[in-house]
Design a protein around this ligand. Structure first.
Ligand code: ISL
Length: 558
């Protein structure tokens, strides 16, 4: 078996800079704010901070449209602020992982400004240009954020490809000059001493030859570009080249966001020869609660069944074991809040269910990711109305799916957005009960969740039974007990629709992880021997075979 690497024992804390901490009163979080809060992250116990994009950007998609990869977005500060953040993080023993967005750039990036000028421009082939076919788009692909994936450009009479919004033209990775330019840019950051990259939609960089139409969902609409593009013909070659030209130059941690990844490709991306990436973010468990009408995609408000969730997470645990490394996540800046989606965010169940949801994930094999606010049980933002949303995905969904296509009514869509919209995760961090939750002294760029007076960091730190201290303990246990990193995973009772129980089996000990996923009191007998020790629980006593609402408990059997 391969030696354990540092990133296999690490816990990552994700910071969404725009919403973390503002220091200059412009209502937008900044780098200085992150530096000020490093001690908080240190207190939690995380090892690595993943920063969402902080580069120069017109912010059509909140920084995922980059105009200059080697400059800091002025809203967030300066390169000197970044250098200071990196140095202070390193002083405290924290590592920094940067977001790398190289499937596409902004349409304001100098490469694209040149590329669109003429068909014989030097940079023309940096992007994917095609002639119209019979007066319309070159193929049927839809954008991830509704509408077509092609934009017609008058200057040269051709379309360019954008899998995301029109301000995010896709780079042409077939062109060796593109790869060279990307690798040089990455080396600039490696030379600065950053510790890793989170690679945005890296599974989409290699487009299929001939750009064939995607499958059209039952009920019509655009072809499925995710399916058509994901894990394309050269993606593994490109990543191996990146490994050699960039990643091998330092001891980096890499995670590829891999939309459309299956087990077979994950085993290649995250292989244990380390010729590509350390791990990927897979999406299958994120798709279990999609709308049964494929035209509505993720927009839905019903929970996934626990049996399906078990089957899926267990497949990833079992099928990557010994072959590749898992990432473990419930949420991020693109997903609703974990407690709202998998637990129960009503006041009487919020704390206990947030701890249960955390327990389920944090005893699995892989590298856990905690999204800012998850550690205090921040919830979805039900107080935001249509006019309050900032996210382009949400705005486009209302515009295309409701106003244009009338796939459902506006009130239903608002319910779906309250369940699944990305702005649930993006409302400002709730630090205390003061005005704007201590996030800013100015006007926040996005409305706060109106529950900040009860749910905030100050309150969590004052309460020894808080979700915060529970996460702190989960992280400490992972650092202390090697079995959490190395043990074999075994699911118990796959058809139990109420309780998710699994074992982790090591050479000398076993962990038994029991999670009541319901608000009911249940009885389950796992034949726990008297010699077992309870190492963590979200109740303050052990009721044996009785499982109280959302009870989670972990026994160590020696
Ligand atoms: O957000 C999603 C579902 O609501 C995903 O489909 C998401 O678009 C996909 O995972 C890609 O996400 C990444 O790239 C996007 C950016 O908007 C996301 O914030 C980023 O995480 C384009 O760069």
């Amino acid at each position: 078996t391969a030696a354990i690497q540092w990133w296999q024992k690490a816990v990552v804390y994700q910071v969404y800079p725009r919403s973390f901490q503002d220091t200059d009163g412009d209502g937008i979080g900044d780098l200085k704010g992150i530096t000020q809060r490093l001690d908080y992250i240190k207190k939690l116990g995380a090892d690595v901070i993943w920063l969402n994009p902080v580069y120069a950007s017109p912010d059509k998609d909140n920084g995922y449209d980059i105009a200059d990869y080697q400059a800091i977005n002025t809203k967030f500060g300066t390169m000197a602020d970044f250098d200071d953040l990196l140095a202070q993080a390193h002083n405290k023993g924290l590592k920094i992982m940067m977001d790398l967005v190289v499937n596409h750039t902004s349409d304001q990036h100098p490469w694209f400004i040149e590329s669109r000028q003429s068909k014989d421009n030097d940079k023309r082939d940096f992007y994917i240009w095609r002639d119209p076919v019979a007066g319309h788009e070159p193929n049927n692909w839809g954008s991830f954020f509704s509408g077509p994936a092609w934009q017609f450009d008058d200057a040269t009479g051709q379309y360019y490809l954008h899998l995301f919004v029109a301000g995010q033209p896709d780079l042409n990775w077939v062109n060796p000059k593109v790869r060279q330019a990307v690798f040089e840019m990455m080396n600039f950051w490696v030379d600065k001493g950053i510790d890793g990259f989170r690679m945005d939609v890296i599974s989409l960089i290699s487009k299929p030859d001939g750009l064939p139409d995607g499958e059209v969902p039952a009920g019509g609409g655009y072809g499925n570009s995710n399916q058509a593009v994901a894990n394309g013909p050269h993606v593994h070659d490109y990543l191996q080249e990146m490994r050699q030209k960039v990643l091998n130059r330092a001891d980096m941690m890499t995670v590829g966001e891999a939309s459309g990844v299956d087990i077979e490709n994950a085993v290649k991306y995250a292989n244990q020869d380390h010729s590509e990436l350390n791990m990927v973010f897979q999406f299958e468990h994120m798709d279990l609660d999609n709308n049964p009408n494929p035209a509505l995609g993720k927009w839905y408000d019903q929970k996934a069944s626990l049996v399906d969730l078990k089957a899926n997470l267990s497949k990833w645990q079992n099928d990557l074991a010994g072959k590749a490394w898992n990432s473990l996540y419930w949420d991020n800046h693109d997903q609703p809040r974990a407690v709202s989606r998998y637990g129960d965010d009503r006041p009487e169940f919020r704390v206990v269910s947030a701890k249960m949801v955390a327990t389920l994930l944090h005893f699995m094999q892989g590298t856990p990711y905690i999204y800012q606010g998850e550690e205090i049980g921040m919830t979805n933002a039900y107080n935001l109305q249509r006019a309050d949303f900032d996210d382009v995905e949400i705005k486009n969904a209302f515009q295309y799916l409701i106003d244009q296509d009338h796939l459902t009514d506006e009130a239903t869509m608002l319910r779906y957005v309250h369940a699944k919209g990305r702005d649930n995760a993006r409302t400002p961090m709730q630090w205390d009960a003061s005005a704007h939750a201590g996030f800013t002294t100015g006007a926040p760029w996005l409305k706060l969740n109106d529950n900040y007076q009860t749910i905030n960091v100050e309150a969590a730190l004052d309460d020894p039974n808080s979700i915060f201290y529970y996460y702190q303990k989960l992280i400490r246990l992972r650092h202390d007990l090697p079995i959490i990193t190395t043990g074999t995973y075994q699911l118990l009772d796959p058809t139990d629709a109420q309780v998710y129980t699994y074992r982790r089996v090591g050479d000398n000990d076993t962990l038994l992880v029991i999670n009541n996923f319901t608000r009911d009191t249940l009885t389950r007998d796992y034949q726990v021997p008297d010699t077992a020790t309870l190492i963590i629980s979200n109740y303050d006593d052990d009721a044996g075979t009785t499982l109280r609402p959302f009870e989670a408990k972990v026994y160590r059997l020696i």
